[in-house]
Design a protein around this ligand. Structure first.
Ligand code: ATR
Length: 282
């Protein structure tokens, strides 16, 4: 692609950002659709997030993805926030529309598409074990609650954080039962594994092959599935054990691709070339 005076600029705000796979994925998609656009990485120091966000308007940048540590702090500098981003409390996609900045959280739709296409699941009526109560869990719980999940068991190493998350979402979604559970309470964990349809790992356990805790997966109900947001390595210890026990599983690479595809569609109004994006990062 030839960079010209009219080339539209997209990018990602992060710190650090050198490891991001988003430039590969989006530039491959722009190339495929022959769009005169380029996607670059911006390493933004946390103290500069306000001026960096203002510069999206000043410099006519068309849109950005936002990653750690700016997902929460960028919110207050935007003109408008979508409902799912407001619930999540985090923005991962900004669109500059005629000088107004709109914030979205495409992790929510990315997660929904990932479980739909990888596992054939929709949240409606499901009983779900959600491991973790941090930022990634907030996107997942938002997706589940906005799509009529039946019941969520939030398991976390720090019980107070699971309680806080459960209380917040119960206040918004009164019909959904959300139970916080201490991860080390093995009896409770076994009990909830026996009645769950889906187990989701949204903790950092398993990342880089480091496993911080083990679930007594032999108690997991037959036919129940496992989705691990971790994608490095592609097969975590959790996914491996679940697969060996005969459960359908999937890893977080699909969520990464689908959240990217969703951002692409918000920016360009065109259908994202999913397979091209997948190939670019695989
Ligand atoms: P992210 O934005 O990726 O979700 P985060 O907000 O820091 O990151 O949340 C990380 C999650 O992984 C938390 O639920 C954390 O548990 P705590 O709330 O107890 O900190 C969980 N986590 C991280 N390291 C863990 C470990 N060694 N064992 C169990 N859970 C862990």
């Amino acid at each position: 692609m030839k960079i010209k005076a009219t080339t539209k600029i997209y990018g990602i705000f992060g710190h650090p950002v050198g490891h991001s796979l988003s430039p590969l994925m989006h530039n491959a998609a722009f190339e495929e659709l022959k769009l005169n656009c380029v996607y670059v990485a911006f390493d933004i120091n946390p103290k500069d997030i306000k001026t960096a966000t203002e510069s999206i308007k000043t410099m006519g940048i068309s849109g950005v993805n936002v990653t750690i540590p700016h997902k929460e702090t960028i919110l207050r500098h935007l003109d408008s926030i979508s409902p799912e981003a407001r619930l999540t409390g985090a923005v991962n996609t900004v669109k500059n529309d005629g000088g107004k900045l709109y914030g979205f959280n495409t992790d929510v739709e990315g997660f929904l598409k990932a479980i739909k296409w990888d596992l054939g699941l929709h949240p409606e009526g499901l009983r779900v074990i959600l491991l973790g109560a941090g930022g990634a869990s907030r996107a997942v719980i938002t997706a589940l609650c906005m799509n009529q999940v039946s019941e969520i068991f939030v398991l976390n190493r720090t019980l107070a954080k699971a309680e806080k998350l459960a209380t917040e979402f119960k206040n918004h979604f009164k019909k959904i039962t959300i139970t916080p559970i201490y991860l080390e309470d093995k009896n409770s964990v076994k009990k909830y594994l026996k009645v769950s349809d889906l187990v989701i790992n949204a903790t950092s356990s398993g990342m880089g092959g480091v496993n911080h805790f083990e679930l007594p997966l032999e108690n997991l109900r037959n036919g129940s599935m496992v989705y691990d947001l971790v994608y490095k390595p592609r097969e975590t210890a959790l996914v491996k054990s679940a697969r060996e026990l005969g459960h359908k599983t999937s890893d977080g690479l699909s969520m990464l691709i689908y959240q990217g595809a969703e951002s692409f569609e918000i920016w360009t109004g065109k259908k994202a070339p999913i397979e091209v994006m997948r190939k670019a990062i695989e």
